[in-house]
Ligand binder design. Structure first.
Ligand code: SD4
Length: 302
């Protein structure tokens, strides 16, 4: 039985995103095209406050978006802390396809997107603005270290849901995408793991791909997605590789690890997949020719 094409992605909004990716995959399209089309769905979703257009702002009220994409040939593109552009994944794709660079940030990323014909727009929705105003009432406005973690400790509902997506196309090639508005009410200029190749996403077409969600600082510290792919190269299954990466986070910062969520998702060349998280509550969506809308709970440590 053929295990690919297949597409997997983080959290329950991955189901709708996978369907868009599947439309590309079922026609024999490339994995990298599938994942770009897929993650544009949550980016456009006005009810989704953690990715794209309707993302919550930083503590100063700016919506700043992070995204990256990687293909089967080691090509990659990324944008970080970009404002006014609703689909950062497509700007990341343009960085990959049209520039000699891998990563553009802030104003430079915005300027590049506009040069490429994308219309800038104000992204702070009335709902996001209201949530930010509410947060400001209780938040101490000072650059406290690890405020994102502290919010997680308070059980904040704001601190979830980056979409990371991995696809294996009909040719067996792998592509991946990751996009987010980052941790809500982060410091202005803060960049998480999601746009960082090797941290939030990594693809090696010889081995497999991995992506992450959760508190990005702990993922960056361990170069999480690269670690997962290298562990698969050494023979670990996708799930075991994700588990080992989670354990690495615990080992490095045990006190922080107890309080936060990080989840890894991985796929190998055979189309086998798996995930592992620090805490309960993580899930991922799977779509292949047999099942279009399966949601699988991630195994977890604590
Ligand atoms: C970040 N990893 O900016 C992202 C946010 C996230 O669940 O995934 N939250 O650190």
């Amino acid at each position: 039985e053929n295990k690919f094409p297949i597409v997997i992605s983080t959290w329950d909004f991955g189901i709708a995103a996978n369907k868009a990716a599947w439309k590309v995959l079922e026609k024999g399209g490339r994995a990298v095209d599938a994942v770009e089309a897929g993650v544009r769905i949550p980016e456009a979703d006005m009810k989704n406050h953690t990715v794209g257009r309707a993302g919550y702002p930083d503590r100063d009220g700016f919506v700043t978006l992070d995204a990256c994409i990687m293909d089967e040939n080691g090509n990659c593109g990324s944008v970080a802390a970009m404002e006014d552009i609703a689909h950062p994944i497509s700007v990341a794709r343009l960085v990959m396809d049209k520039t000699p660079h891998v990563m553009l940030v802030g104003d430079g990323a915005r300027q590049f997107a506009i040069e490429q014909g994308i219309k800038p727009e104000k992204l702070l929705t009335p709902e996001s603005r209201a949530a930010w105003k509410k947060w400001l009432k209780t938040a101490k406005y000072s650059p406290v270290m690890n405020i994102e973690n502290q919010q997680s400790r308070q059980g904040s509902k704001y601190n979830h849901d980056t979409i990371g997506m991995l696809a294996l196309d009909a040719k067996g090639n792998i592509g991946g995408a990751c996009t987010t508005s980052g941790m809500a009410f982060k410091m202005h200029g803060r960049v998480g793991d999601s746009p960082i190749i090797g941290a939030g996403l990594y693809i090696d077409n010889e081995v497999g791909g991995a992506t992450s969600t959760g508190v990005g600082e702990e993922v960056i510290r361990n170069v999480g997605s690269f670690l997962v792919v290298e562990l698969m190269r050494q023979g670990l299954s996708p799930e075991d590789a994700c588990k080992e990466a989670v354990q690495r986070i615990i080992k490095k910062k045990p006190e922080i690890a107890k309080q936060i969520q990080v989840g890894f998702l991985a796929i190998n060349k055979k189309g086998e997949y798996g995930a592992y998280a620090l805490q309960d509550g993580f899930s991922f969506a799977v779509c292949d020719s047999n099942k279009q809308d399966t949601l699988i709970p991630g195994k977890y440590f604590y």
